[in-house]
Design a protein around this ligand. Structure first.
Ligand code: NAD
Ligand code: TYD
Length: 350
């Protein structure tokens, strides 16, 4: 099996690449990534010399390059994670999200379709990794299931919803063998520190304000990134072609409660008196179109494929904090240069 994984030097993709390279030594894994601000080869330094792994630098928006690569390498499957992924950036620059998330996905679908339709084709699967944000926002009750209607609100979720529709359209129109999964918010090592949890870990470390949008009442359903990777492994190998799976940890938290837990955990890890870090919490102007609540019903995944998360939120968060505290160089590298978080760029203190 020769698999192309896109977006493998980013947060989730790097965990998926590592899992596949280590668990399946007989597979050949190619990791295609443009290395935008969010891509970082240091995420995969532990496996870069493995004989069944290769990195390919390239842009999924470049149709000529994608067609040539798939035609030359004759992959048996694609696992597609490359995307622009930050909601705040999508509010500032929606077109970039259309280009990468929609056009880039359609470019890959076209190249995969050509491979699949070729004589003696051995192309078996196009696995599209997506988000629960395509379903829109929930009120206080209910959960997203696989049959929830799409209702995206941000340019990011609209671009991911569009890409999901194209993947299904290529299945229904051209018979392309596809699988889609929609996962809730991930957290863990290698998460770029513009997203809530790693941003706050980094800010606590440096005694900087922790920007909480609105009143901090928005709810997210957090999943440890390695659990997402094991779910992708199961779905990739076992899901029926044409099917969709929701992935989530039944782990809903308001943003303010997540940050309070993080503050308390880091007080003790940094040897600060209890309550010190919570003083850094700063309520700031809300995000435009901010979805109130996400919650995933992952019953189908549990019943069909036997997947459940392996760690509690407290365990996963502790591993995450420890990783950031032990990987100062990684954090310094990605926060140097032109980096500045979106709170600083876009938001003013209320
Ligand atoms: P990320 O931003 O950390 O990584 C994205 C990767 O894609 C980066 O390595 C980047 O260099 C690469 N990339 C971007 N544009 C590219 C292009 N034009 N060509 C090639 N490579 C390009 O994102 P992530 O959080 O790891 O998310 C990965 C996937 O999972 C995305 O499709 C996202 O929608 C989905 N997802 C993310 C979450 C989450 O909580 N982060 C949850 C559910 C689903
Ligand atoms: P984020 O990590 O950007 O993920 P998403 O928007 O995809 O859910 O944000 C998680 C939640 O935290 C979301 O409700 C927005 C909020 N948030 C803040 O309150 N402050 C911040 O600085 C950031 C980046 C996010």
């Amino acid at each position: 099996m020769k698999i192309l994984i896109t977006g493998g030097a980013g947060f989730i993709g790097s965990h998926v690449v590592r899992l596949f390279v280590n668990k399946y030594p007989n597979y050949t894994i190619h990791n295609l990534d443009k290395l935008t601000y969010a891509g970082n080869l240091a995420n995969l330094s532990d496996i870069e010399k493995k004989p069944n792994y290769a990195f390919v630098k390239g842009d999924i928006v470049d149709a000529g390059f994608i067609n040539e690569l798939l035609n030359r390498e004759k992959y048996n499957a694609v696992i597609h994670l490359a995307a622009e992924s930050h909601v705040d950036r999508s509010i500032t620059n929606p077109l970039e999200f259309v280009m990468t998330n929609v056009i880039g996905t359609v470019n890959l679908l076209n190249a995969a379709k050509t491979l699949y339709k070729a004589a003696n084709s051995s192309f078996t699967k196009f696995y599209h990794v997506s988000t629960d944000e395509v379903y829109g926002a929930l009120g206080d009750e209910g959960m997203f299931t696989e049959s929830t209607s799409y209702d995206p609100h941000s340019p990011y979720s609209a671009s991911k919803a569009s890409s999901d529709h194209f993947v299904r359209a290529y299945h229904d129109t051209y018979g392309l063998p596809v699988v889609i999964s929609n996962c809730s918010n991930n957290y863990g090592p290698n998460h770029f520190p513009e997203k809530l949890i790693p941003l706050c870990i980094n800010n606590i470390k440096h005694n900087r304000p922790l920007p909480i949008y609105g009143k901090g009442e928005n709810v997210r359903d957090w999943l440890f990134v390695e659990d997402h990777a094991t779910a992708i492994d199961k779905i990739f190998h076992k899901a029926k072609l044409g099917s969709t799976y929701n992935i989530g940890g039944h782990n809903e938290w308001t943003n303010i409660d997540v940050i309070r837990l993080l503050c308390d955990m880091m007080d003790s890890k940094l040897g600060r008196p209890a309550g010190t870090n919570q003083k850094l919490i700063t309520f700031v102007k809300d995000r435009a179109g901010h979805d109130l609540r996400y919650a995933i019903d992952a019953t189908k995944l549990k019943n069909d494929l036997g997947w459940v998360p392996s760690v509690t939120f407290e365990q996963g968060l502790e591993r995450t904090v420890d990783w950031y505290l032990n990987n100062e160089e990684w954090l310094n590298n990605v926060t140097s240069g032109n980096y500045s978080n979106y709170y600083n760029e876009q938001y003013v203190k209320r």
